[in-house]
Design a protein around this ligand. Structure first.
Ligand code: ATP
Ligand code: MG
Length: 578
C-alpha cells in the first residue's frame, strides 16, 4: 500500500509511482543509496508549463530523498540553441523555487562522446553511411517489415574512422554522411535499426564555437551524459519509452559488460502535461513569437513560465497545480480550469483586496457635502489576519461600475436602480435617486443619497440591503490601464487542430495558428480608475480587485502609467464561444 506523505503545500497525498520506484531502489540498496536526478532542457526556447511538471518531478525527487538534481543543458543542436535561452531557463527554475546542485552541458561531454564513438567504430559497432537521409529513411522498413541494410554497413573499419574524422574537420558539407550504430535492421524496435548517432552541423555552437562539426544525436548523448554524471534516476516523459532499450544498450556498450546492475542510471517515464486551450512545445511558441502573434515569450497569454509570471501566477500556484494533476502512465488533456482554480486558491491567501473600477460611470451622492472627505479603513485580506488594513478615501463623487446601475431593472437586480438601497463597500448605504443621460440615452451620471447612520461600524450599519457594490473616489482615484486576458486559442485541443489544418487543408503552421487564435484574447481598457493605494503598485504585486478578479501590476507599469493584468477571474465563469 502506498504510504502517505506530506507535501510542501500541506495536504497529504499518496506516493506517486516514481516515488514508489525510488523507494524500492533505495530499499534494495541500488546506487549505494544515492539519489541523483537531472533536469535536461534543450536551450532552444523558454520553458513552458509542461516543463514545470518535469521540474517539480526532477527536483522534487532529489529533495524528498536527500539527493541532488543537476541542471543539464541538452545542447547538441547548435542551429536552434543560444545563450538567451540558457539564461531564461535558469531564471525560471529559480523562480519556481528550485536549486540545482551543478550546471552541466551535454557539450561538456563532446570529447568523451567522440572517443566512445571512435571506440565503437573500432569494435565494428558503428559505421559511416554516405547515403542521403531519404535513402536511409526509406530503408528503415516498417514495424512489421524488416529494414534493408545500407550498402556501407560492412565497410572497413579504417574507412569509417577516416571519414568520421572528416565529418568533424569541416571539409564535408552537412548531410553528406552520418555515423550509424550497427545494431539490427530487423529489430522490432525501429530505433534499433542502425540509428544515426552523429551528424554534421556547421553552425557554430554557443559554447564550443567551431571546435566541433560532428554532433551526437539525442539518443547517443543523453544516457551517456547521465552515466558520466552519476545520475541514478533519469526521469522523462512517455514518448521516450521506446528509447529506453537503446538508452540501456549504449550504457552497456560504454561499460563493456562490467557488472553494474546496481550502479547505472535508470530511465523512467511519466505522462506529459497537456492542457486544453493551450499549445505547448517550444517550436510552436517560437513561431508565435517570431510571427508577432503574441507580444514576446512573456506575453501573459503564453503558457511559458515567464508568461504566467507576468500574468500574475505565483510559483506556489504553479506547483499546487502540478501537485493536483499528479503523475501517471497515461497521457491526458488536463482542464485549464484546474490550473485557474489552483491559482485562485493561492491568490485568495495572498492578494491584497482593493477597489478598482474597470468600466466607470460617475455616482454623485447629492446629500453629501462638497469638499468633505473621509478616510475609511479597509481590510487587506480577510483570509490573513496579519495582512493589516489600508485606508480608502470617500467623497461626494465616486466612480462605480457601469453595470452596477440599471434604470429599468428586473426584480432580482439588487444593485443601483431608482428607489433601491445598496451598500457602498466599507462605507454607507445609499438610496438611488436617478440618473442623467445624453441625447442617445447613454447614462452619464447616476445619483443617490446616503444614509449617515449606516456607515460601517455605526449604529445602523446592520441595516439589511441586498446588494453591495465597490467604488473609488473620483477625485482621489488614479487612472490605470487594465488588460483582460482570455484563452489564446479558440479550439480545445490546438495541438491536434494544428496538425489537422496542416494535413487536411495544407496550411503552413503560421496560417493554421492564425486560424485558431482567439481574436479576443486580449481586451485593453485604458480608462479605468483604481484607488490611490495602487499608485505605488510594483510589478508582481498581487491584488484582488474586489468583485472583479485577481490582478497584478504589469512589468511595464509605472506610477505615471499604471497597468494591471488580469491573472484570473474570481470565479470560473468561462464558457466556450458558440
Ligand atoms: P518542447 O517540445 O516543448 O520543446 P521538449 O521535450 O523538446 O519540449 P526539452 O527541453 O527537451 O523539451 O525537455 C526538457 C524536459 O522537459 C524533458 O525531460 C521533457 O521530457 C520535459 N517536458 C517537456 N515537455 C513536457 C510536458 N508537456 N510535460 C512534462 N514534461 C515535459
Ligand atoms: Mg525538444
Amino acid at each position: 500500500m502506498a504510504e502517505e506523505i506530506i507535501t510542501p503545500e500541506g495536504p497529504k497525498r499518496s506516493l506517486n509511482f516514481i516515488e514508489q520506484i525510488v523507494e524500492q531502489d533505495l530499499a534494495e540498496g541500488k546506487n549505494d543509496g544515492r539519489v541523483q536526478t537531472r533536469f535536461p532542457p534543450e536551450p532552444n526556447g523558454y520553458l513552458h508549463i509542461g516543463h514545470a511538471k518535469a521540474i517539480c518531478m526532477d527536483f522534487g525527487i532529489a529533495e524528498r530523498y536527500g539527493g541532488i538534481c543537476n541542471l543539464r543543458f541538452d545542447d547538441t543542436n547548435p542551429t536552434k540553441e543560444n545563450v538567451e535561452y540558457v539564461d531564461a531557463i535558469m531564471e525560471d527554475i529559480q523562480w519556481l523555487g528550485f536549486k540545482w546542485a551543478n550546471v552541466y552541458y551535454a557539450s561538456d561531454y563532446f570529447q568523451q562522446l567522440w572517443d566512445f564513438a571512435v571506440e565503437l567504430i573500432k569494435e565494428g559497432k558503428a559505421y559511416i553511411d554516405e547515403q542521403p537521409q531519404e535513402a536511409i529513411l526509406a530503408q528503415k522498413g516498417t514495424p512489421t517489415q524488416p529494414g534493408i541494410e545500407s550498402p556501407y554497413r560492412n565497410r572497413p573499419i579504417e574507412e569509417s574512422l577516416a571519414l568520421f574524422n572528416k565529418m568533424n574537420s569541416g571539409e564535408l558539407e552537412e548531410g553528406t554522411m552520418v555515423l550509424r550504430a550497427k545494431i539490427d535492421m530487423a529489430h522490432n524496435n525501429m530505433l534499433f535499426r542502425d540509428p544515426i548517432i552523429y551528424r554534421i552541423v556547421k553552425t557554430p555552437h554557443h559554447r564550443t564555437g567551431d571546435k566541433w562539426k560532428a554532433y551526437p544525436m539525442y539518443d547517443f548523448a543523453h544516457g551517456q551524459s547521465d552515466f558520466f554524471e552519476g545520475v541514478t534516476h533519469s526521469l522523462c516523459t512517455l514518448e521516450f519509452v521506446p528509447h529506453r532499450p537503446l538508452y540501456d544498450l549504449f550504457i552497456d556498450w560504454l561499460k563493456k559488460g562490467e557488472d553494474m546492475d546496481d550502479h547505472r542510471p535508470k530511465q523512467r517515464e511519466f505522462n506529459k502535461l497537456n492542457l486544453n486551450y493551450t499549445l505547448l512545445s517550444k517550436r510552436n511558441l517560437l513561431a508565435l513569437v517570431q510571427n508577432k502573434l503574441v507580444d514576446g515569450w512573456d506575453d501573459p497569454r503564453m503558457p511559458t513560465i515567464c508568461g504566467y509570471r507576468r500574468r500574475g501566477y505565483t510559483p506556489e500556484a504553479i506547483r499546487l497545480f502540478v501537485d493536483k494533476i499528479g503523475y501517471t502512465l497515461y497521457d491526458a488533456l488536463n482542464d485549464m480550469a484546474l490550473m485557474e482554480s489552483a491559482c485562485r486558491e493561492d491568490l485568495n491567501k495572498r492578494a491584497t483586496r482593493v477597489s478598482a473600477v474597470i468600466n466607470p460611470v460617475k455616482l454623485i451622492i447629492t446629500n453629501y457635502p462638497e469638499g468633505v472627505t473621509e478616510q475609511l479603513e479597509t481590510v487587506n485580506n480577510p483570509e490573513d489576519e496579519n495582512a493589516g488594513t489600508h485606508t480608502i478615501t470617500f467623497s461626494r463623487e465616486l466612480w462605480i461600475e457601469r453595470d452596477d446601475f440599471m434604470e429599468d431593472a428586473p426584480k432580482k437586480y439588487f444593485r443601483l436602480t431608482p428607489g433601491q438601497d445598496v451598500r457602498l463597500k466599507s462605507a454607507y448605504i445609499v438610496t438611488c435617486t436617478g440618473c442623467k443621460k445624453d441625447a442617445d440615452g447613454n447614462v452619464q451620471e447616476v445619483y443617490c443619497e446616503y444614509i449617515p447612520q449606516t456607515k460601517t461600524g455605526e449604529p445602523e450599519s446592520n441595516r439589511r440591503v441586498k446588494g453591495t457594490i465597490h467604488w473609488v473616489s473620483a477625485q482621489h482615484a488614479v487612472k490605470a490601464e487594465v488588460r483582460l486576458y482570455d484563452r489564446l486559442w479558440n479550439v480545445e485541443n490546438p495541438r491536434d487542430e494544428l496538425a489537422r489544418l496542416r494535413e487536411e487543408e495544407g496550411l503552413d503552421a503560421v496560417e493554421a495558428m492564425k486560424r485558431m487564435i482567439n481574436p479576443e484574447s486580449l481586451e485593453v481598457r485604458s480608462e479605468c480608475y483604481v484607488e490611490a493605494f495602487l499608485a505605488q503598485a510594483k510589478p508582481m504585486d498581487h491584488f484582488q480587485f474586489q468583485r472583479i478578479g485577481y490582478f497584478c501590476a504589469d512589468k511595464d507599469s509605472t506610477p505615471e502609467h499604471l497597468i494591471f493584468n488580469r491573472t484570473v477571474s474570481l470565479k470560473d465563469s468561462w464558457k466556450p464561444k458558440q
